[in-house]
Design a protein around this ligand. Structure first.
Ligand SMILES: [Cu+2]
Length: 503
């Protein structure tokens, strides 16, 4: 248990009764007018204002109200629905109080800890100009705002926004700063997938609560200066602990994002039945892939078609291994399902090694200083504050070979771009660390990614002692961006690096 020594402080969330709260549906954001912005080159586009606030809400019937932060006014996530190619302006307004309700840790060397309630919103997976990307150092204080332009020049998919403020993003996301952003396009519309109330966005994450029912983040932890990961015992979907949803005996489309700080979810249905994966992070796959279990790392999305038509009157639990996430209660009355599961979905041109102009070897490292204090985790043995080492040409294609020298799987995310996974291959970490020279001593043949990973991605799971190769077209905008591990505790300490797109 990650809470060892702190168990008396935390409430045992496993004792809360399962499936007593209905699943909250995301709160659709309404356009609040049209605006132009000369700095962003946006002319007469839909405008939204989002107030970032401290609010109170109930995570479970038997819990008191808990304090949290939200882009909306409840723990249910907000949801933007936009059209591909039609840009929008979103004004993010920091209305937070001056004090953080979570215990922040001492700042990293060279960083300031003030103001504690700084924020900056990153739209994860969006191809946006650098000024609107939510760069960690672009944070803003209470009373300030930041206007962002999202051009939406990309395929239909499910993006999600979350906080990215330097040094505190793991606390801000834990506090509740996350939401949905669905991009629609013609290809998706032509497929007759389950839609409307038959399309359910599910934001899944884990939390801990203290004895008073307040969100509990163990900081400072027992083992050092920072928690290397956070694992809670309360599984939360759309802001409720283990909720339920009534469904009809027909096909549903489940849009799922893992917004946990560190937890991987290994999703399956209690009936053992399979589902069809139709999309991943950056949109639809070429064709549906039938699976009975799918592993989602933090920040990854999946797009599933689940057919409840054979389960009339039954209850089906969405699980992660033995943990219950939520329950579907399938109705008895037959329904007329006119939706489809098409045989082919979208044309995906697979990129090949030959198309890459350049290959970069990037290492994922961790260093234990033997003091019993925290581990240091780095990308390419460099800290966030070190000068930029990756400069890539706009519109060039590169292969990044992510060599994981650690014992953890790290989900690596690049801002602004989409990429494809080429392959994974194990190598001798000991040999490499001893000689520090290339080429790597491979211990196995390269493995193809799973069929569900064959579409466009923006997060890739990099397993231990393996090289994971991704191929990236740097299409979009020149400017300063970043890449990082999406385990938020790793990102903060210091598994995050800038990169630059140059013309
Ligand atoms: Cu990591």
């Amino acid at each position: 248990m990650p809470m060892s020594g702190k168990r008396a402080i935390t409430l045992d969330a496993m004792n809360l009764t399962s499936f007593v709260d209905p699943l909250p549906l995301p709160i659709l954001q309404k356009i609040q007018g049209r605006r132009s912005s000369s700095i962003h080159g946006a002319v007469d586009v839909p405008y939204y204002a989002v107030h970032i606030r401290e609010v109170e809400c109930r995570f479970h019937r038997d819990l008191p109200t808990s304090r949290l932060w939200g882009y909306g006014s409840t723990s249910a996530p907000i949801l933007f629905e936009v059209q591909s190619g039609e840009g929008v302006l979103v004004d993010w307004i920091n209305d937070l109080p001056p004090r953080h309700f979570l215990p922040l840790d001492p700042p990293m060397p060279g960083m300031t800890s003030d103001p504690p309630t700084r924020v900056v919103t990153h739209l994860h997976g969006a191809r946006v100009p650098s000024v609107s990307d939510g760069y960690p150092e672009d944070w803003f204080s209470p009373g300030k705002n930041k206007l962002c332009y999202y051009p939406n020049h990309q395929d239909a998919t499910a993006l999600w926004m979350h906080d990215h403020a330097m040094g505190v993003s793991r606390f801000n996301v834990f506090a509740g700063l996350m939401g949905w952003y669905l991009i629609r396009d013609e290809v998706e519309r032509s497929l007759n997938l389950p839609s409307g109330k038959y399309e359910l966005p599910l934001m899944i994450y884990d939390r801990s609560f203290d004895q008073q029912g307040q969100l509990y983040y163990p900081n400072p932890p027992d083992e050092g200066a920072w928690s290397q990961e956070f694992l809670g015992d309360a599984m939360v979907v759309n802001g409720k602990v283990r909720p339920y949803q009534n469904v009809e005996p027909r096909r549903y489309r489940l849009r799922i994002v893992n917004t946990a700080n560190s937890r991987f979810f290994s999703l399956s249905l209690s009936t053992g039945q399979s589902f069809h994966v139709i999309g991943s992070d950056q949109g639809l796959l070429a064709a549906p892939v039938e699976m009975a279990r799918i592993v989602l790392a933090p920040a990854e999305r999946t797009d599933l078609i689940v057919d409840f038509s054979g389960l009339r009157g039954q209850n089906v639990v969405l699980k992660s291994d033995d943990l219950e996430l939520m329950q579907f209660r399938v109705g008895k009355a037959p329904t007329d399902d006119t939706s489809q599961l098409p045989k082919s979905l979208r044309t995906i041109e697979r990129l090949t090694d030959q198309q890459a102009e350049r290959t970069r070897m990037m290492t994922l490292n961790e260093f234990d200083d033997d003091s019993g204090m925290a581990m240091t985790m780095l990308l390419n043995r460099k800290h966030w504050a070190d000068p930029v080492t990756e400069q890539v040409k706009l519109n060039s294609i590169e292969i990044w070979s992510l060599a994981n020298l650690t014992q953890d799987t790290h989900p690596i995310h690049l801002h602004m771009v989409r990429f494809q996974v080429l392959d994974r291959r194990t190598f001798s970490v000991d040999d490499y660390l001893a000689s520090n020279t290339l080429p790597l001593d491979y211990t196995d043949a390269a493995r193809q990614p799973g069929a569900h990973e064959m579409g466009w991605k923006d997060v890739v799971q990099c397993p231990p002692e393996s090289v994971t190769r991704i191929i990236i077209p740097f299409q979009g905008y020149a400017g300063r961006y970043l890449w990082h591990c999406h385990l938020l505790e790793h990102e903060a300490n210091d598994m995050m690096r800038p990169y630059e797109v140059i013309v």
